[in-house]
Design a protein around this ligand. Structure first.
Ligand SMILES: [Zn+2]
Length: 180
């Protein structure tokens, strides 16, 4: 879960925090069918820049990981995590215990930020979306489990104070340094 302070519209009474969380879908005996591949066009550029940044940082995303990521999409459903906290994003590892590797896949769902008054055409919206997507891609493409402590104030922390968003390049370098 990642909390991004202070960037949401004030109409959000649950405190101007954005929550992002990630986890696994419980394994069933019967494999979930492989969904059609779909990357939301508005989110495609963030995925591409993640792949480029990762390669540049010397931790390229493995082809198998990228193959497993079948969907990056908006969801209208509320993403509710432990403790009933609302999240804005979620990386799901599905059929992760399946013996057949080709049955395993991952999806990233992002709550519709535009409906929360966030505009991806603005720098603020882009920075926020980048942090959220990079957090989820850290789970889904670099197979990062769990979260870094809040005090670390990094992309994979469970909370991120607003002041850190002015330091996006540093945040990103730290993120990939951690993936070594
Ligand atoms: Zn997370």
């Amino acid at each position: 879960m990642l909390k991004l302070g202070g960037l949401l519209s004030p109409c959000l009474l649950f405190s101007a925090l954005v929550l992002v969380a990630c986890g696994e879908v419980p394994h069933n005996h019967k494999a979930v069918p492989l969904p059609a591949e779909h990357i939301e066009p508005e989110l495609q550029t963030y995925l591409e820049s993640y792949l480029e940044d990762a390669a540049r940082a010397g931790v390229p995303v493995q082809a198998e990981m990228l193959r497993e990521l079948r969907r990056v999409e908006w969801t209208e459903e509320k993403i509710v995590e432990e403790g009933d906290e609302l999240s804005l994003g979620h990386c799901s590892r599905i059929n992760s215990n399946s013996v057949q590797r080709e049955e395993r896949f991952r999806t990233i769902r992002i709550a519709p930020l535009h409906s929360l008054g966030l505009n991806l055409a603005t720098r603020k919206g882009q920075i926020m979306m980048k942090a959220i997507l990079y957090h989820e891609l850290g789970h889904c493409l670099h197979d990062f489990y769990g979260h870094r402590p809040i005090e670390d104030q990094v992309i994979m922390s469970s909370e991120l104070p607003e002041k850190r968003f002015g330091e996006l390049p540093e945040l990103i370098s730290e993120h990939f340094r951690m993936m070594h």
